[in-house]
Design a protein around this ligand. Sequence first.
Ligand code: SF4
Ligand code: SF4
Length: 340
Amino acid sequence: MVQFFLERDRLAEFVSHLMSRNTVYAPHSRGQKSFAFEEVCHAADVVLDYPRTMHSVKKFFMPPREELLSFNLTENSYKANEAQPLDSIFFGVHSYDLAAVHRLDYNFSQGHPERNYLTRRQGAIFVGVSYEPDEYHFGGSVGIDPFDTTGFDVFLTKLLDGYVVEALTPEGEGLLEGFDLPVHEAGKPARGHFQQHIYLPQAKLTTVMEHSYDNEIWKETAERCVGCGTCNLVCPTCYCFNVEENVGITATEGTRDRHWDGCMLREFSEVAGGEFFREGAGDRQRHRIFRKFKYISEATGEPWCVGCGRCTAYCTADISIVNIVNRLVADYEKTTTVNL
Ligand code: SF4
Ligand code: SF4
């Protein structure tokens, strides 16, 4: 495969080239150490040196809030809102965030396929960029390297003075057409070095979870967790939502709206009659961790956590998912004679 070289100074020129092809979404700086994926208006505003954005590209395919339909009670009618294909270029995406999109593709294709999400996903082209793991990333423990090109159309591997550029699909080759890049021949960096690790291969974690239902860690984290739900809301693989009907003040018309929800929020498990089937914060934490390393993993063989580190980086109570999982592994090894 031919590798090209993009000098760091030509990054904005390259983004302008992409903007001439289609709408481009890319990371922007939003205050001190905060980054967000947004539509690019000025190519020079795009930032490729970022640890993580607060929200992943999930927000474009599954918006935090959307109106599903509007209804009129006087006319006894309704009008559904049809989602449109985004048909855009997502530039500067990290490998874990595209892996998360692929997991959502699976989730929303099961059972009754989720039409709005799947429609918006159509036509999306992904241009990836490698990253330097910080104190929260642990992609290596879930099989997703910073240089993992899986699913990307074009991938940029960061060097000191620029980027090695590879087109990985015909769509990617089409994106590079018309932009003059010299051939790169000197190779690429080998692997990323993570500071955070889960001390067990991810394929064995489902067994550990199986034996961790009554672990003390759930009570211990519950004493610190404030139930804010941030860990759910920033997670690129969380996909739970709530649907509510909002009737206008005249009580003749209204909308059916969908918004993100999260299993760490107490009301999430409230059912008719005012009962809560996961009353305690520890119950909810166990459910969150099991969703990432047990329930869906048993069906797919994959962890449903991509190691982005967002839930830890943004946790209000400094609760670390890596520490929780490593504690479960350590307790399992202490209390069982069965080799993993
Ligand atoms: S559980 Fe945490 S580390 Fe894993 S994908 Fe979600 S936010 Fe990222
Ligand atoms: S972000 Fe932290 S404090 Fe908030 S619900 Fe999640 S674990 Fe609890």
